[in-house]
Design a binder for this molecule. Structure first.
Ligand code: CP3
Length: 344
């Protein structure tokens, strides 16, 4: 690390507000970029893309060649964890991820012993990225939070209400705890390894922090996220961590306090005033433009970008979308977004 290098995104994560908010975009490497679609054809399938350091490094860097972004996010997926534990994971075109759903026996057959060996190529990608990126660009590593990953492992696919996983958690509490324990321990090892390989910050994606009552939110979201933050920091002191509990709504404050994340990712349905009224003014926040506004552009986008910048003008803020960028997004709108944020 070069002494004196200005690293706007990392500094914001650590609580220092910048004159202009740094920006990155969730899923910034992806199908809206023609160069991503081209590189994707060179891998046999999506997971091979994640496990081929040469291709994964290339794809991670593509958005930074085009846009003035402040961070690169490791190109991988949250579902490399079930794959590394020995569950079958496939990505069917147009259908999203498909897994062989786990039952109690399947949980006991998961093999934590093989996980880190399986994930070695992803860590090689992190090393290559840190070597290639200039010091002022923050390298973000990530994992899925245990509950979110468990919804795919138990349900076998994405679903609007996570019914299968929520039901399993209530009907088979002990097997469910065993699954969460495996995911917590594997995620800690994986995030620590990402820091050791050169990640500056990690984000924990809790994409399904919704549809949970108080007790389920505590058990399925807060407790595992807190254990990951504590477990990582026991081995990487002061490790900077962004938590993104999508859909947490009224639970946002409790999530931030109980987990101890440095930055709270805010989804686009969370009112800006709610954030300022309920979260400590020194707590850094990340977000939260609706990805659909980036698709439509024009005044529909510009007006809300200005509203977000104004609402978070007095606290540490990382500009981002409130969920991942979608494939139909015009590149010109991304350019305009960055111009607006950087010129704010
Ligand atoms: O942000 C980045 O650029 C880094 C790479 C990244 C991907 N997925 C690449 C990807 C990250 C951080 C993720 C996280 C992820 N993956 C989440 C959490 C964030 C969120 O969106 O809620 C989840 C739930 C997944 C699981 C997953 N992976 C789904 C549901 C899908 C299918 C949906 C889709 O967009 O097609 C994927 C596939 C996936 N992961 C793609 C990419 C670029 C598209 C696959 C392709 O190229 O065919």
């Amino acid at each position: 690390m070069t002494a004196g290098t200005h690293r706007p995104l990392l500094e914001t994560v650590l609580g220092q507000r910048q004159s202009r908010p740094p920006i990155w975009i969730m899923r910034q490497a992806g199908r809206y970029l023609p160069e991503y679609r081209e590189t994707r054809t060179r891998a046999r399938n999506f997971l091979d893309l994640c496990y081929t350091p040469e291709l994964a490094t290339e794809v991670t860097l593509q958005p930074l060649r085009r846009f003035d972004l402040d961070a690169a996010i490791l190109f991988s997926d949250i579902l490399v964890i079930p794959d590394a534990l020995g569950q079958s994971v496939r990505f069917a075109t147009g259908e999203g991820p498909l897994l062989d759903p786990l039952d109690e026996k399947g949980i006991d057959a998961l093999d934590r012993g093989r996980a880190m060996t399986h994930l070695a190529p992803v860590l090689e990608t992190v090393r290559r990225l840190r070597a290639e990126l200039p010091a002022e660009k923050t390298l973000i590593g990530f994992c899925g939070a245990p509950w979110t990953v468990a919804t795919y492992m138990l349900g076998g696919r994405g679903s609007a209400d996570q019914w299968t996983a929520r039901r399993f958690a209530l009907e088979h509490p002990e097997a469910f705890e065993r699954l969460i324990d495996i995911l917590v321990d594997t995620s800690i090892d994986y995030l620590v390894a990402q820091f050791e390989a050169g990640a500056d910050v990690v984000q924990v994606f809790e994409s399904w922090a919704l549809n949970l009552d108080d007790a389920a939110f505590n058990r399925q979201v807060i407790d595992p996220n807190r254990r990951i933050v504590e477990g990582v920091r026991a081995r990487v002191p002061d490790a900077p961590i962004i938590g993104f509990p999508r859909g947490a709504a009224g639970n946002l404050k409790r999530y931030a306090q109980a987990t101890g994340v440095n930055v709270l990712g805010i989804d686009f349905a969370t009112p800006l005033a709610f954030v300022n009224d309920h979260l400590p003014p020194e707590l850094p926040v990340q977000g939260n433009l609706d990805p659909l506004r980036l698709v439509v552009g024009g005044e529909a986008m510009d007006s809300q970008v200005r509203a977000i910048l104004a609402a978070f003008a007095h606290r540490p803020h990382i500009f981002n979308l409130g969920h991942g960028i979608v494939p139909e997004t015009p590149i010109a709108h991304v350019e305009r977004l960055i111009e607006l944020v950087k010129g704010a």
